[in-house]
Design a protein around this ligand. Structure first.
Ligand SMILES: Nc1ncnc2c1ncn2[C@@H]1O[C@H](COP(=O)(O)OP(=O)(O)OP(=O)(O)O)[C@@H](O)[C@H]1O
Ligand SMILES: CC(C)(CO)[C@@H](O)C(=O)NCCC(=O)O
Ligand SMILES: [K+]
Length: 262
């Protein structure tokens, strides 16, 4: 695609960098882990192979300072005619009801913003929950007025299995990119870790979400809306009891939908 001004959304997470840009009516995206050298050049190269732009506007949200600094330096050195906006809570048009908005992970606010755009306020009878299952899992609450009210943070699936392996002599680190079936009660170590973490996390999410909904003034007349995103969304989805919708790359979608600043 060739274009005048292109906006590239970049969600710098703790494990990976997610990139997205609009191509006509479609959003194309790409994920690159930032644990190897040259990942930043790979990211820039991906953008340059998808679009040829006279000017590139990078909208960056980051919860990982070092990775963000590496990418910004690479863009400044490698890409002509680019502007870089590092997004903060002030740029996101949603009321923030937490103790210190500047300390809130910007990914939490952007996925909440994107989730609110998916389900407009008028069609919601109550608040909604947004679950982002990445390196850390966040289970957040947007109230009936559309305000971001905070939520809960727990270790993600990979971090939990890494912590078990590091803190014990006999337990291996299990991998999550296999189609291991759930076997409970488990009759071997790997299945026991898999089932314990998976059902533990799914149960925690269900329990948190149900607390948020039951804390509301008005009793629910229909199931509350729960939006699920993040690298482990598809692994967790079959094990959640709360009805939910899964959407990929919500943070990037939030970035692309931010009102344009001049
Ligand atoms: N190919 C993959 N490589 C690494 N992790 C993967 C992969 N596929 C799925 N995952 C899972 O995705 C999770 C990381 O999710 P995600 O990419 O959303 O995290 P992240 O980059 O840390 O972002 P965030 O900071 O928003 O949590 C890991 O727990 C891992 O189990
Ligand atoms: C919780 C994570 C790690 C999720 O990516 C991120 O949003 C973050 O670093 N947050 C800062 C602390 C907070 O949101 O309260
Ligand atoms: K996240």
């Amino acid at each position: 695609m060739s274009s005048g001004v292109c906006t590239v959304a970049v969600d710098v997470g703790n494990t990976a960098v997610k990139l997205a840009l609009r191509e006509g009516d479609q959003v194309v995206d790409h994920t690159i882990k930032h644990d190897h050298s040259h990942w930043h050049l790979e990211a820039i190269h991906w953008v340059q192979t998808v679009v040829a732009c006279q000017e590139t506007r990078w909208r960056i949200s980051s919860v990982h300072r070092h990775a963000a600094e590496t990418l910004i330096e690479a863009i400044e050195n490698e890409v002509d005619a680019s502007t870089i906006d590092c997004i903060t809570f002030d740029d996101v048009p949603i009321e923030v009801a937490v103790d210190s908005p500047s300390k809130l992970g910007i990914d939490r606010l952007l996925s909440a913003f994107a989730a609110s755009r998916l389900v407009p306020l008028q069609s919601r009878r109550s608040g909604m929950a947004v679950v982002d299952a990445g390196s850390a899992i966040t289970v957040d609450w947007i109230n009936h007025a559309g305000h971001f009210c905070g939520g809960a943070i727990l270790p993600g699936l990979s971090l939990q299995s890494r912590a078990l392996a590091m803190g014990t002599d006999a337990l291996p680190e299990i991998l999550w990119n296999t189609d291991r079936p759930l076997r409970l009660p488990a009759t071997n170590t790997n299945d026991a870790i898999h089932g314990g973490i998976l059902i533990g996390v799914a149960g925690a999410i269900d329990s948190l979400v149900s607390r948020y909904f039951s804390g509301q003034d008005e009793p629910l007349t229909s199931p509350g809306i729960v939006i699920l995103t993040g690298g482990d969304a598809n692994t967790l989805s079959p094990h959640l009891q709360s009805p939910h919708q899964t959407h990929a790359h919500l943070v990037c979608r939030g970035l692309l939908e931010l009102p344009v600043s001049q």
